[in-house]
Design a protein around this ligand. Structure first.
Ligand code: SF4
Length: 353
């Protein structure tokens, strides 16, 4: 039977209890890594897969293992095999199906990755692969096959990336990505920040991270101090796909970021079975606004192999966004976009109005 309690109340209590005894590093290293462990925590049995909207689970995904931290699991609805948070991390047998058009590197990032750890695709922005680690393994991730082993610069190897930034004055914004950049230690981020801040034409630091949502304990005093020391503009783009992800502990983390002058935006991926309705997206935008975050992008799924079961057709996406646009004030409507390989900006997809 599905136990449907208020996600925010239930999770707030749970998270506070967990956070009292565990640091974010402990929570990260204690993440759930097996399907059996995950299902057991959610009171789901293999018989429940009969009602799964997407088929059988992959008991032991080798190439992209299961990973989810306790604070995120605590927000899932117990007993519900189709819970929208669970489905983002649930490995399925169908991930192994070959789908035409779905590839290991759908955005051709390897074409822009001449310097280890750095991707320069858009003129004024450069992206640094700060770490390969993530706090959560999202099954739709477009970098699930990324060659991280070739992109783990040591501090000595960072010299090449820093030199590249130095040599390209058209770059005024550095984006920390990964993996999840906030899975790095404060010491590593501090080192990197100091070196990048010394490059005069870099004005803005942007961090793309799912950690403020899935492990909000990561926004610790050390990190806030590091961000506070950044001399220019600072932006954190969180990644939330569903309103149930955003409980009181996430709001608390966002409040801390905003208190030191960070602009906080959200990006979402449009995912079948998770948020592919106007109601789900309206609720997400409204909840984001409640916690002080503005919706930024709604991405169409990147065509990465293993993720085809999350795809929404363009026509359906446009129709959903038409309804979202009619129901929300303009400032809460994210821009529906597709990222296309080798294009110099994201491609806007206009809603059907
Ligand atoms: S890089 Fe982002 S989307 Fe991909 S698995 Fe990590 S947290 Fe999820």
């Amino acid at each position: 039977m599905i136990t449907r309690t208020s996600p925010s109340c239930q999770t707030e209590n749970t998270v506070i209890r967990v956070a009292e005894v565990k640091s974010w590093q402990q929570l990260l290293s204690d993440s759930t890594l097996t399907l059996a462990e995950l299902l057991q925590q959610l009171n789901i049995s293999t018989a429940d897969f009969a009602t799964s909207i997407d088929g059988d689970p992959d008991i032991s995904p080798q190439d992209f293992p299961i990973r989810a931290p306790a604070p995120f699991i605590n927000r899932m609805v117990k007993g519900d095999i189709n819970d929208p948070l669970l489905r983002q991390v649930l490995p399925l047998v169908k991930e192994h199906e070959l789908t035409p058009g779905y590839t290991a590197d759908p955005l051709h990032e390897s074409n822009f990755n001449n310097t280890p750890g750095l991707i320069h695709k858009y003129r004024s922005r450069a992206l640094l692969i700060v770490t390969k680690a993530c706090a959560i393994h999202c099954r739709y991730c477009f970098r699930r096959h990324f060659p991280y082993e070739d992109n783990q610069p040591s501090r000595a190897m960072w010299a090449e990336a820093l030199d590249y930034l130095q040599q390209h004055p058209e770059i005024n914004e550095v984006i920390y990505s990964g993996g999840d950049p906030l899975a790095s230690s404060n010491a590593q981020l501090s080192w990197l920040n100091q070196h990048i801040a010394a490059i005069p034409h870099i004005k803005t630091l942007r961090i793309h991270s799912r950690l403020p949502v899935v492990l909000p304990q990561r926004i610790d005093p050390g990190l806030l101090e590091i961000l506070q020391q950044w001399p220019g503009k600072k932006v954190v783009v969180i990644h939330s796909n569903h309103a149930n992800e955003l409980d009181a502990s996430v709001k608390n983390a966002i409040d801390k970021l905003k208190a030191i002058g960070v602009t906080v935006l959200n990006q979402t991926v449009l995912l079948k079975g998770i948020n592919d309705s106007a109601t789900a997206l309206v609720e997400l935008s409204e909840r984001l606004f409640e916690i002080g975050v503005l919706p930024y992008y709604l991405h169409l799924l990147d065509t990465v192999s293993g993720a085809a079961h999350f795809a929404i057709s363009d026509n359906d996406a446009k129709a959903i966004m038409g309804e979202v646009t009619a129901r929300l004030p303009g400032y809460l409507v994210p821009r529906l976009v597709r990222e296309e390989a080798d294009k110099t900006s994201k491609t806007p997809i206009l809603p059907t109005l």
